[in-house]
Write a protein that binds this ligand. Structure first.
Ligand code: GTR
Length: 394
């Protein structure tokens, strides 16, 4: 353990040397925005099994450590999905528009009936592929907020989008009663169990159900389905990508605390703050760490690592202090040892790059100008990264 702490101090030291100091905005006095006040911490070692043995090869990672970490995130953070893919699930094509996005795409809407009946829980899925695509296209599944559709289509990618609030409204009031969690709960259950799914878990589950459909669609290359989410839906995209290995690439756009940030830093949004403002996002057990974040058996470099060896991209913005830009960089950087087990380079740099200088190999990262959000610059980098990994020339 001492060795790990020393190694991390060395690593952080090396990174700190080149750190960019975000300028703290004056209107958040009670929030930690001062890098020099981040307290020292020790992270759980992504490559040490709960029995203390070191993971030295990809096989042990896949068979032992990966399942262990998944379970830790399930039990302590996002909660356990109480159902998988219902065997009754069906879908129906309800509309086609062959002139979508100013004639650049063909759009269709599919409704997924989770329990095989129209009056049961359901979710719409909007799918657009570039017009005149001659072969099945790679696609980005985007839960929630999406934009720049024409750019994505122009680059030869499709887009699939659903509204996560159809399955789990994004509000505290009746968060359990009005969600599919209630539908799948025991008849007399009034609230989720301590380790049962919160909203992010439901949104991630819905992404996997969308995936169940996408892999059957002949217009889509089922080996090239990526997932991308912004902010709260970036958290859901990370959790979906971590669990469901059919997502061949995962993109987290400013997913912040609970998405792709080292939470032990306590910089910007903290575990306590997120649980207080959004008590329905995570499982009940997560709240027990509000005042003892150092006791968490995980941190978010481990969530990034669950995606290995698949390519993962983490983006942040210069003024997204609340989302802790450096905490995201560190989550990306510290997942690297797992990529190395697969002989992949991971991030490949030690220092946080300057604004709008994307870095990385199998782990990509950028810090763009401006505030929290998803814009054309982000999409351009995501598409470049996907092109590179799909072997398309750019
Ligand atoms: C904030 C929340 C963040 C982030 C953001 C968003 O209010 O504190 O964790 O998810 O919302 O979704 O835009």
């Amino acid at each position: 353990m001492k060795q790990l702490a020393a190694a991390l101090t060395f690593l952080f030291g090396a990174i700190d040397l080149f750190a960019q100091q975000p300028k703290p905005p004056a209107d958040h006095p009670q929030v930690l925005y001062d890098e020099s006040k981040v307290l020292p911490f020790t992270l759980p070692d992504v490559l040490v099994l709960l029995n203390g043995n070191k993971v030295k090869d990809a096989k042990t990672w896949k068979e032992k450590r990966r399942p262990e970490i998944l379970k830790l995130f399930e039990e302590n953070v996002y909660g356990r999905a109480v159902v998988g893919k219902p065997k009754e699930m069906i879908w129906e094509l309800v509309s086609v528009d062959s002139n979508a996005f100013d004639g650049t795409g063909v759009a269709k809407k599919v409704i997924i009936y989770f329990m095989g009946k129209k009056d049961g829980p359901k979710m719409g899925l909007d799918i657009t592929v570039p017009k005149n695509s001659l072969k099945p296209v790679p696609i980005f599944l985007v839960p929630g907020w999406v934009n720049n559709e024409k750019l994505v289509l122009k680059r030869g990618y499709g887009l699939a989008n659903f509204d996560p609030c159809e399955v789990q409204p994004d509000k505290q009031d009746s968060a359990f009663e009005n969600s599919i969690r209630k539908y799948f709960a025991k008849p007399d259950q009034k609230e989720p169990g301590l380790d049962e799914w919160g909203a992010i878990g439901v949104w991630a589950w819905a992404a996997s159900r969308a995936m169940d459909y996408l892999v059957t669609d002949h217009g889509i290359d089922s080996n090239k389905v990526c997932i991308m989410g912004l902010s709260r839906f970036g958290k859901a995209a990370m959790w979906a990508g971590a669990q469901d290995e059919r997502f061949v690439m995962v993109f987290s756009c400013e997913s912040g605390c609970g998405g792709a940030v080292i939470v032990r830093r306590g910089f910007g949004e903290t575990v306590r703050a997120i649980n207080n403002t959004f008590p329905y996002w995570f499982c009940e057990n997560f709240k027990s760490y509000n005042e003892r974040v150092n006791d968490l058996p995980v941190d978010w470099h481990m969530l990034v690592a669950l995606i290995a060896p698949r390519p993962v991209y983490i983006s942040t913005a210069e003024e997204d202090y609340w989302g802790d830009q450096r905490g995201s960089f560190l989550a990306a950087k510290l997942a690297e040892p797992v990529y190395n087990l697969f002989n992949e380079k991971g991030l490949g740099v030690n220092k946080m790059p300057p604004v709008e200088k994307p870095v990385g190999d199998f782990i990509g990262f950028h810090l763009r100008k401006g505030t929290h959000g998803l814009n054309e610059y982000d999409w351009e980098q995501f598409l470049n990264f996907a092109d590179r990994h799909f072997g398309k020339l750019k």
